[in-house]
Design a protein around this ligand. Structure first.
Ligand code: 3PG
Ligand code: MG
Length: 396
C-alpha cells in the first residue's frame, strides 16, 4: 500500500481527506470523537514533518448548500484541543477565499475547510469540483476509511490530479490491515455476530461471511424476520415481510455451506417501544400477541456467549436489542462482555458499525476488544469483498 510512513511532507501543502462525520448533539457538541481521534496520527505526521495540513471532510447529509448543523466549524475547537495547537477554519472548501486561507498558511499550520457536501458536486463526483480542490495542495492523503465506499469527488475523482502524490493515511492503512487480518485468519473457530434492526443492508455481508465463518450468530430486530420465516409467532415484533423468503434462503445457504447459524431461542418482549413498557420473556417462536421483541433472552445470551467464548476470531456488527433503553440492553451488553472475555484470552475481535461501537462505548468496554473500526457501511462493503472506490483510487 502507498502509505505515508516513509514520505516526508516538509514544505508541502497536504490535502488530508478525513471522515469527521461524527455525531453532534442539539448544541453542536461532539458526542463521540473516535473518528477524529483516529486520524490524529496522520495529521500529526504531516505537521511534524513541517507540512501544511489542509483538512477536508463531509458531515452529515446536507440537502441544499450550507446548513448550520452540518458546518464543520463545530469541530474546530475540539480538533484544536486534541492536536494542542491552533486550527484555522475556512468558511468554504473551494474558491478565492479558501485559496487565500491556504496561501496564508505557514509550515506546520492546520486549516480545516468547510463541509464538502455543501456542494452537490462532492457526491456526484464532479471532475471540475475535484480539480478545484486539488489545486489547493501538492499532495493528497486519504484517511477517510469510513467514506471509502463512496465514489465521491474528494475520495475518488480527485486522485487523478495527484497521479504520483496520493497516499493512504495511517488510519486507512490500519483499518485495511485489521479487516484483512480478520478475513484471512486461520485461527478458528471464526464467529460473526450480525445484529441490528433490519436484514436490508446486511444481506450481502451475511452471504459473503458464510464463505468465511464457522459460526454466524444473528440477533437484533432482524432475528424476528428469520424467526417468522421458520413459522414463529412473533407478535408485534419488527418484521420485513418482503424479506422472509430471503431469510429462509440464507438459513438454507448456511446449512449447505456447513456454517452453524444461531438464532435467538428466547426474546424479551414489550407491549410498546418504550423503556417503561410492560415486559415479559418468551420463546421467540411464541411471542404473546400485542408484544414486540426488543432484546434476546437469557437462554440466547447463554448460548451465544458459549459460542463466542470458544471462538478465536470474532467479527461483530449490529446490536442484539434496543441497547439505548436500559431495560433492553442486557443482550447486547452480555454479548459484548463475552467478546471481551475471550479477547483477553487471546482471541482476535473486530467491532464495527455505528450502533455496536456506540454500545461497546456505553458499556465502557471499548479498550477490551482487539480493534474498533471507524467504518460502518465501508466496513460492511469490505467484508462483502467489494472493491472500495476510495481504495482503488489510490492504488490505480
Ligand atoms: C458514514 O458515516 O457512513 C460515512 O461517513 C459516510 O457517510 P454517508 O453514509 O452519508 O455517505
Ligand atoms: Mg453511512
Amino acid at each position: 500500500m502507498k502509505n505515508i510512513t516513509g514520505f516526508s511532507f516538509t514544505g508541502k501543502r497536504v490535502l488530508i481527506r478525513v471522515d469527521f462525520n461524527v455525531p453532534l448533539d442539539e448544541n453542536f457538541k461532539i458526542t463521540d470523537d473516535s473518528r477524529i481521534v483516529a486520524t490524529l496520527p496522520t495529521i500529526k505526521k504531516v505537521i511534524s514533518d513541517g507540512g501544511k495540513a489542509i483538512i477536508i471532510s463531509h458531515l452529515g447529509r446536507p440537502k441544499k448548500g450550507f446548513e448550520e448543523r452540518f458546518s464543520l466549524k463545530h469541530i474546530v475547537n475540539h480538533l484544536s484541543f486534541l492536536l494542542d495547537r491552533n486550527v484555522a477554519f475556512s468558511g468554504d472548501c473551494i474558491g478565492e477565499n479558501t485559496a487565500n486561507d491556504v496561501a496564508k498558511m505557514q509550515d506546520k499550520d492546520v486549516l480545516l475547510l468547510e463541509n464538502l457536501r455543501f456542494y452537490k458536486e462532492e457526491k456526484s463526483g464532479d471532475r471540475s469540483f475535484a480539480k478545484q480542490l486539488s489545486e489547493l495542495a501538492d499532495v493528497y492523503i486519504n484517511d477517510a476509511f469510513g467514506t471509502a465506499h463512496r465514489a465521491h469527488a474528494s475520495t475518488t475523482i480527485i486522485t487523478q490530479f495527484f497521479p504520483n502524490e496520493k497516499y493512504f493515511g495511517l488510519l486507512f492503512k490500519k483499518e485495511i490491515t485489521n479487516l484483512e487480518f480478520a478475513l484471512r485468519s486461520t485461527k478458528g473457530p471464526f464467529t460473526a455476530i450480525i445484529g441490528g434492526a433490519k436484514i436490508t443492508g446486511k444481506i450481502d455481508v451475511i452471504t459473503a461471511l458464510l464463505d468465511k465463518v464457522d459460526n454466524l450468530i444473528i440477533g437484533g430486530g432482524m432475528a424476528y424476520t428469520f424467526a417468522k420465516s421458520m413459522g414463529a409467532n412473533i407478535g408485534n415484533s419488527l418484521v420485513e415481510d418482503e424479506k422472509i423468503g430471503l431469510a429462509k434462503q440464507l438459513i438454507e445457504l448456511a446449512k449447505s455451506k456447513g456454517v452453524n447459524l444461531y438464532l435467538p431461542s428466547d426474546s424479551v418482549n414489550a407491549n410498546k417501544f418504550d423503556n417503561n413498557a410492560e415486559t415479559n420473556t418468551s420463546e421467540i417462536t411464541n411471542i404473546p400477541n400485542g408484544f414486540m421483541g426488543l432484546d434476546i433472552g437469557q437462554e440466547s445470551i447463554a448460548k451465544f456467549s458459549e459460542i463466542i467464548e470458544h471462538s478465536k476470531t470474532i467479527i461483530w456488527n449490529g446490536p442484539m436489542g434496543v441497547f439505548e433503553m436500559s431495560n433492553f440492553e442486557k443482550g447486547t451488553r452480555e454479548i459484548a462482555n463475552a467478546i471481551c472475555k475471550v479477547t483477553e484470552k487471546g482471541a482476535y475481535s473486530l467491532v464495527g458499525g455505528g450502533d455496536s461501537v456506540a454500545a461497546i462505548k456505553q458499556f465502557g468496554l471499548a479498550k477490551k476488544v482487539s480493534y474498533i473500526s471507524t467504518g460502518g457501511g465501508a466496513m460492511l462493503a469490505y467484508l462483502e469483498g467489494k472493491t472500495l472506490p476510495g481504495v482503488d483510487a489510490i492504488l490505480s
